[in-house]
Design a protein around this ligand. Structure first.
Ligand code: AHR
Length: 664
């Protein structure tokens, strides 16, 4: 079985004696954790553990966004991508069926295309959409179907919708009578008789003639909070269960775009859904080994929906905007400094959109979308993962303009894609000099790196900028390797590192794993925190680590040590401690990266603790173990009620949250 490479921390420092009995190794050593509860080192920011959301791996379209029809408005570069016409042939007159062709609107800026269907023989013509890697259908669920139609010529009287399983068997249907020669929205409902992972929607007609169709859309009735333009309930629930302190959106490199023209422009993502102009997703062809040519952004989840999601799950919204530099891993296109104004204006207008009164132009847009109350935006990010002097020059302009108009808004800047090296050092030095408030650091590193860097922030300037560990994940093979797995070694190592984040909560104020979500058949980047298919979803071991930390964040940081030293890998143990004032608890997180069990005792200074405690344990004896759709809880936390008198046992390879009760 795989064992962990020993870390640079001397594993013998506190180690005791180990005995072997018939192949089992039993721990004989015990470590005493001294927790000083007599004083608070720092208050822990409510934003400490949050969520990083990016539409990568079908996370939004094909995932969180509950829309089931791919290319619903025929706007992909190939307007009929995702739509099959099995009985039609472009090179024939199609007398026994019919054919649909894309037509361009002449005057509509955002909605470019619709289709014109010519039905010659209604018995033969079919138009089929198979969704995003199939349409996930649940038994007894109701599906809201809507479409825009305009009768052109002939006598098409009805349109029929059928849900078909993988074998073509009917599992739900509905028909709509067509009335108008002008564009009109029609709606109907279908009920599914069975659960199918990869269903298709078949469209047929009664009568002959020509009809124009657009925006053919289908959502389950059960979405998060039952919203019509809704989100998948199971996925939002997984996010809500994390008790996230913030929601960062919309990315990631998607903010920057491969070119400036492909950057994320929030203003194009608000207002009526039908008017949101789609855009190619930058992850569409990013990796030649994971090409996803059918990946576009419908912006059905736009900035309004992101803000509302943050509100729903109790997270502080943290939007990140383009700073006028396209992704530097791609073109790195720059907006000339004298043309930066529209970009800066986007940031100012976004603050008005989120917080402005309904009498302001952008506040009114928010109100018209159904949210007159402010979204209480406090943070804004300038650029995603930019580096070099071009970034610093642009950051200064944003900083000055935002602070002039909105002095209370906290600006998040970035130190580039790597946690060390030239780019990083230059960015950190400049941002420190400029008095940056929060700097976003990214690290996609080996599990060993995470274990070895639990002390990363111990030496940071306590009076300098605060840190946002904005994107991190242990890579089991190499950065963005398609072979990477969300295995137990990675999760355990991240947990070890996170004790270091928590021990430095006076400096580190926001942290998030990245990327967040991936479709099991349509991903570009692995590892990811949450995986899903068309029907179900699961949290990885890494997800449970995040959840254990975030749901036990605590209010006050306490000092914890063993033999007078912080625990950063000695005896293969890592630890942090907090107090939760509202529940009168001391919460100690201890990670045991050893292949053997350990025992710890507590010496708590300043308060009395009860004999009983709760111990939440996440463990596996297999470092290569993973969760999956079939075994979603292969590795999942278990809570035990324990007595702390005789010491607390830490299982081999385990993450432990121990909740001690403060006695009056
Ligand atoms: O999380 C995946 C990508 O990694 C993000 O889009 C980017 O910011 C980073 O390089």
């Amino acid at each position: 079985m795989k064992t962990l490479k020993s870390s640079r921390i001397k594993t013998t420092l506190l180690s005791g004696m180990f005995c072997c009995f018939s192949g089992f190794i039993t721990a004989q050593s015990s470590t005493t954790l001294e927790v000083d509860a007599s004083k608070t080192v720092a208050e822990i920011a409510p934003t400490m553990y949050g969520i990083f959301f990016e539409d990568i791996n079908f996370a939004a379209d094909g995932g969180l966004y509950a829309e089931l029809i791919k290319n619903r408005s025929f706007e992909f570069d190939n307007p009929l991508m995702g739509w099959d016409q099995p009985n039609s042939d472009r090179h024939s007159y199609n007398k026994e069926s019919g054919i649909a062709v894309p037509v361009k609107y002449s005057k509509q800026q955002n909605n470019h295309n619709f289709i014109r269907v010519e039905v010659k023989d209604a018995n033969g013509y079919k138009l089929i959409n198979k969704g995003y890697r199939g349409i996930g259908i649940h038994k007894d669920e109701h599906y809201r179907l809507s479409f825009l139609a305009s009768k052109k010529s002939g006598e098409i009287s009805q349109i029929h919708f059928k849900l078909l399983d993988e074998a073509g068997k009917l599992i739900g249907s509905s028909s709509v009578s067509l009335s108008s020669g002008n564009w009109k929205k029609y709606q109907t409902k279908l009920t599914a008789s069975t659960t199918v992972e990869k269903a298709g929607l078949e469209i047929t007609f009664s009568g002959q003639g020509e009809i124009d169709l657009d925006m053919i859309s289908m959502f389950p009735e059960n979405t998060w909070n039952n919203r019509e333009n809704g989100m998948r309930e199971d996925l939002v629930q997984l996010l809500a269960d994390m008790n996230p302190g913030f929601l960062r959106f919309p990315g990631g490199c998607i903010v920057e775009g491969r070119t400036l023209a492909e950057r994320y422009q929030w203003k194009k993502t608000v207002g009526p859904v039908v008017g949101r102009e789609i855009l190619i997703n930058r992850w569409n062809t990013e990796f030649s080994h994971r090409l996803t040519p059918d990946y576009y952004q419908s912006f059905g989840i736009g900035f309004f929906e992101y803000f509302r999601l943050a509100e729903d799950i109790g997270a502080t919204p943290l939007p990140i905007l383009s700073c006028g530099i396209a992704c530097q891993f791609n073109t790195g296109e720059l907006v000339p400094m004298d043309q930066l104004d529209p970009y800066v204006q986007d940031a100012l207008d976004l603050i008005e959109f989120a917080n402005g009164s309904v009498d302001t132009p952008w506040g009114k847009v928010r109100a018209d979308m159904g949210h007159p109350e402010s979204f209480d935006l406090k943070y804004i990010g300038v650029g995603n993962e930019q580096w070099g002097p071009d970034y610093i020059e642009r950051y200064k302009v944003f900083n000055d303009a935002i602070k002039k108009q909105y002095p209370d808004i906290i600006i998040v800047s970035g130190s580039g894609p790597f946690p060390e090296g030239d780019y990083f050092e230059y960015g950190m030095e400049q941002l420190n000099k400029l008095g940056a408030e929060i700097i976003d650091e990214h690290y996609y590193k080996s599990p060993e790196w995470f274990r070895e860097n639990a002390d990363r922030y111990d030496s940071y300037n306590r009076n300098g900028p605060k840190i946002f560990a904005g994107e991190y994940a242990a890579q089991s093979v190499a950065i963005a390797s398609p072979q990477n797995e969300n295995n137990w070694e990675c999760a355990l190592s991240e947990a070890a590192f996170m004790t270091g984040l928590e021990r430095n909560a006076d400096v580190v104020q926001l942290t998030s794993y990245a990327p967040l979500m991936a479709h099991t058949e349509a991903w570009q980047w692995t590892p990811d925190l949450i995986w899903f298919d068309n029907l179900s979803s699961y949290g990885t071991p890494n997800y449970y680590v995040q959840k254990m930390f975030a749901t036990n964040r605590g209010s006050d940081l306490l000092k914890v040590s063993a033999n007078g030293e912080k625990l950063i890998g000695q005896n293969e143990l890592y630890a942090s401690a907090v107090k939760e004032a509202s529940t009168s608890e001391i919460i100690v997180k201890v990670v045991n990266t050893a292949s053997i069990a350990k025992t710890i005792n507590f010496n708590i200074k300043g308060v009395n603790i009860g004999k009983k405690a709760d111990q939440i344990v996440l463990t596996s004896d297999d470092l290569g173990a993973v969760n999956s759709i079939d075994k979603p809880k292969n590795i999942a936390p278990v809570t035990k009620n324990i007595s702390v008198n005789k010491g607390v046992e830490l299982a081999p390879y385990s993450v432990n949250v121990i909740k001690l009760r403060i006695e009056k």
